[in-house]
Write a protein that binds this ligand. Sequence first.
Ligand SMILES: NC(=O)c1ccc[n+]([C@@H]2O[C@H](COP(=O)([O-])OP(=O)(O)OC[C@H]3O[C@@H](n4cnc5c(N)ncnc54)[C@H](O)[C@@H]3O)[C@@H](O)[C@H]2O)c1
Length: 250
Amino acid sequence: MGENQFFSLQGQVAVVTGGGQEIGAGIARRLSAAGARVAILDLNEANARAVAGPLGGLGLRCDVSSAAEVERALGEVGREFGGIQILVNNAGIAGKTAPLWELEERDLDQVYAVNLKGVFLMCRAVIRHMLERGYGRIVNVASIAGKEGNPTLIPYSSTKAAVIALTKALAKEVAGKGDITVNSISPAVVRTKILDTIPQSTIDYMVSRIPMGRTGKIEEVAALVHYLVSREASFTTGQCYDISGGRATY
Ligand SMILES: NC(=O)c1ccc[n+]([C@@H]2O[C@H](COP(=O)([O-])OP(=O)(O)OC[C@H]3O[C@@H](n4cnc5c(N)ncnc54)[C@H](O)[C@@H]3O)[C@@H](O)[C@H]2O)c1
């Protein structure tokens, strides 16, 4: 294999949720540069199209918390591009930032619907086809919050912990049934628009706990995802990959 073919995704179809901006857009661009045809599913259709257009990809509106919207969007990807080899579940929201005693029931429900149910619905819709074809790569974007638990971010932290566990369980369900892997990643703070919804005091807390003393970069996250969705990453499944400047302690 020539060096230029390392981690090639030529001939593969990749779906990236929440790819209309920031980390998801960075992942979509990286997978496209490696040869994949990319479909971006995002609540914001204009952003999804704006990112997908220059990549020759597909940008679709989809609320990942709705089973009907997930089925409809993936049906369109199938009609346009054919079978899906790669799924990156990146869509996520921070939700309300407050101590537990100031949270309403709906604050929890809203974050669970997007961050956890969204990953469940997307995986469920795609995994059967991966099993039929005996090949697939899934990466779920969790967070260091799911390992460490960030104060004032209980809905967010607990959904991300659940995503790590969903990943481990699904990986075992499909292990040995073809070349299918399911992994998650746990980034620490990356300067993106999601931080606009989080008070500076909480951001300062999170950054102060990163041993490298800096925030992560979108390109660094995209590079890790690229490796995990490549054919070469075939003996690694059910893992949560740290990308936190050393913050993760396990
Ligand atoms: N930025 C960070 O510091 C950080 C750290 C760890 C993990 N993460 C995770 O990385 C992922 C991307 O984060 P980001 O910083 O790029 O956030 P962002 O807010 O900039 O982008 C999130 C994208 O998801 C889309 N989205 C939101 N709800 C959706 C829904 N219901 N259906 C479909 N799309 C939806 C938004 O429209 C947006 O395009 C998230 O899962 C986030 O939790 C981010």
